[in-house]
Design a protein around this ligand. Structure first.
Ligand code: ZN
Length: 244
């Protein structure tokens, strides 16, 4: 009896000793996620903005079924309204990014208002999921040097997209699939929305097709790993950004 207890204690001691090293290597990822090297294989990052939307639960079921990871650029007011989805996103290995609290055009705001939009969303996501976002997607993809400076204060690069699914415009399953497949490219970042029902409805067959084409569906942080982005940087850099 006492020997049994001793060996259990020994196991517990080993577990405790190992935990910090594991936590350091992969702070937010679940253990079962396989490492993917996007410099060696075809990667694509699907990103869902303005959520969590009404259909986030169904989307999460699909992503889980096909072992696909996504990035959610969350709007703080909906994080506050639907915290359970946010918690689930984090638990299931998806990336959580900041997309403001109420979706204003940041280029029309004073720095203090931008700061408040970002901070309130950071707080809401942290409260819902335990995770603090490290990426910012400014609403409408609108940024200038002032927005960049505030993003830098938060230590965040700004992430736009290489192409859009145009799901908000077409709201048609076949059109969303066709558009997404036509713009998919290695290390691409695709803009989608989990409040568009047709996006979520068409996701199983879209994911199957992308995976059949050899794409690994991963988070934004995976596809930008080699970009060495600094706080306040914008990626991909929009035309004319240098002159701002
Ligand atoms: Zn948006």
């Amino acid at each position: 009896m006492s020997r049994h207890i001793t060996s259990l204690l020994a196991i517990a001691a080993v577990t405790v000793a190992l935990t910090p090293a594991i936590a350091q290597a992969a702070p937010t990822k679940p253990k079962k996620t396989e490492p993917v090297d996007c410099s060696q294989v075809k990667c694509l990052a699907l990103t869902f903005d303005d959520g969590p939307g009404k259909y986030a639960g169904k989307l999460l079921d699909t992503l889980k079924k096909y072992n696909a990871k996504a990035t959610f650029f969350l709007e703080g007011q909906y994080v506050h309204a639907r915290p359970a989805y946010v918690k689930r996103m984090a638990q299931e290995g998806h990336e959580l990014g900041n997309h403001s609290y109420t979706h204003p055009n940041f280029t029309n705001l004073e720095p203090e208002a931008i700061r408040s939009e970002i901070q309130k969303t950071q707080d809401a996501v942290k409260k819902a999921s335990g995770v603090t976002p490290t990426l910012l997607r400014p609403p409408y993809g609108m940024a200038d040097t002032q927005v960049s400076d505030v993003a830098a204060e938060f230590g965040m690069p700004m992430i736009l997209w290489t192409a859009g699914s145009r799901d908000w415009a077409t709201k048609n399953v076949k059109e969303i699939q066709k558009q997404t497949l036509s713009v998919a490219q290695p290390n691409g970042i695709i803009l989608m929305h989990d409040w568009v029902k047709q996006t979520v409805d068409g996701m199983p067959s879209l994911i199957k097709t992308l995976q059949a084409k050899g794409y690994h569906l991963v988070t934004v942080s995976e596809v930008i790993k080699d970009e060495n982005l600094q706080p306040g940087d914008i990626f991909p850099e929009p035309a004319g950004w240098d002159e701002k």
